[in-house]
Design a protein around this ligand. Structure first.
Ligand SMILES: [Zn+2]
Length: 457
């Protein structure tokens, strides 16, 4: 019987023989990794072969026994320790009418891809973290593995498609009372009197759908690229907001939603996320956003009993713009006019109504302003009137609630940094998958794709 000490002794001798022990520690670590790699590969190969041989011949889809079973078909998989070869059986499921390889499914292998689950995971994680090209180099440095950029992209895309399927399942659950109950059950137990905050926004991405058809499309008078909305939301509890030592606000745990699909799909995704974050337990639900009409329609449709709040910063921007129109941009007069109005919003109960009253008074002084200024006044009165019930900022402060939607704005810029690199186009079909993968990762549900990835043992 071999004891642990013997293996260590053997590796030590190998290292000595190769002269890899008189370097700095980082080099020793890398050399040790290299020297033991073949041993680990052989162990993995043997274990894989045994697992494949022990697998029953049931259809992975329906569970029925396979009819015609063929034995000993060979397959090679790229593992974290190099290529691993094994044999397994496959058969025909008369019910599903397909050939299947039950051992492959049990081992977590994809039909066509040659990567082991560990490699799949490395590709997916690294593609999310680093731009293409950089990821390749970093993987080589960290693991000693050589993976091409195209392998990494392909694997990440494949995992993204799995993430999309999971997301679609969640969306479907929102459509029945039973499904809603399933999602709500996944929420942690909320503290008493919890406030759930939902912030919503959208950003733009440049997209290209018709690769290689640029000239033809231009001839036909169609632009090959266009801008597309990415609807985005974040969900968190008020008691999960904290202040860092630096004084900067931070949120300890929160959910994300991001999609380029239509608003209906976004609505279902957001509802699913909110349910899983405790929507049905929260005492207060608060939706925050800017002035975009679709946000408030969605909020009213989906979160019927929620309070709504217009982002304070946007409201103030509107008043600054109006001050510029009326008294000249950047003038002392403009500032003198706008300051008290800003203060009313911050400090008065129903401050928005006082602001509207003041604008109404200005509008009655017809001779004071020209036609464009009159138009601007009318526009801002309409804006404020539309949102006046969403503007109780004094109350928000008293409740410790945010007055602004800063959390969603930082969320959007995080997504943009990752997905909106200069000159990079999106293809409509593929990159929604990466968006889904990124969002699943942010939401702390990586283990749904790689169930054993959270093992610490
Ligand atoms: Zn079947």
């Amino acid at each position: 019987m071999i004891v642990e000490g013997d293996i260590a002794e053997w590796i030590y001798t190998q290292m000595k023989t190769q002269g890899t022990t008189d370097q700095d520690m980082g080099s020793m670590e890398k050399a040790l990794d290299r020297v033991t790699r073949e041993v680990r590969r052989r162990v993995l190969e043997r274990l894989t072969q045994e697992a494949a041989a022990g697998e029953e011949f049931g259809c992975p889809t329906c569970g029925r026994m396979l009819n015609v079973v063929h034995h000993h078909q060979e397959r090679t998989v790229e593992s974290a320790f190099g290529p691993v070869r094994f044999e397994r059986s496959y058969g025909w499921c008369a019910h599903c009418r397909h050939y299947c390889f039950p051992a492959d499914v049990a081992l977590g292998l994809h039909e066509r891809a040659t990567s082991s689950p560990r490699i799949q995971e490395i590709c997916a994680l690294m593609t999310l973290q680093a731009p293409a090209g950089q990821a390749e180099e970093d993987v080589q440095r960290l693991t000693g593995l050589t993976l091409s950029a195209s392998t990494m992209q392909r694997e990440a895309r494949r995992q993204g498609e799995r993430a999309l399927k999971l997301r679609q399942k969640q969306e479907q659950l929102t459509e029945t009372p039973d499904g809603v109950a399933v999602l709500a059950d996944r929420a942690p137990r909320l503290p008493q009197h919890s406030t759930l905050i939902i912030e919503i926004d959208a950003w733009n991405i440049r997209e290209r759908d018709h690769w290689g058809q640029t000239k033809a499309r231009r001839k036909a008078g169609q632009e090959p690229e266009r801008w597309h909305w990415v609807y985005t939301a974040t969900v968190f509890r008020l008691d999960q907001c904290a202040t860092k030592q630096s004084g900067r606000p931070t949120i300890t745990d929160r959910g994300y939603v991001a999609t380029r699909q239509n608003l209906e799909s976004f609505k279902r995704q957001l509802y699913a996320e909110a349910l899983q974050r405790g929507l049905l337990q929260a005492e207060t639900v608060l939706v925050l956003g800017d002035g975009a009409a679709w946000i408030w329609k969605l909020a009213t449709d989906t979160f019927k009993n929620a309070d709504q709040r217009l982002d304070l910063y946007h409201a103030k921007e509107h008043l600054w713009a109006l001050a510029g129109e009326l008294y000249g941009k950047g003038t002392v007069e403009a500032e003198a006019w706008v300051r008290p109005h800003l203060r009313w919003l911050d400090q008065r109960n129903d401050g928005a109504r006082d602001v509207i009253r003041s604008l109404d008074d200005l509008q009655r002084a017809l001779n004071a302003f020209d036609q464009n200024q009159q138009k601007a006044l009318a526009r801002e009165i309409a804006y404020l009137t539309e949102h006046k019930d969403r503007m109780d900022y004094k109350y928000a402060k008293k409740q410790g609630q945010p007055g602004g939607s800063g959390a969603i704005e930082s969320t959007c810029s995080q997504y943009q940094r990752r997905f909106k690199r200069t000159g990079q186009f999106w293809s409509l079909t593929g990159d929604e998958a990466l968006l889904a993968l990124d969002t699943l990762h942010r939401n702390g549900r990586w283990n749904l794709l790689f169930p054993r990835s959270d093992d610490r043992s």
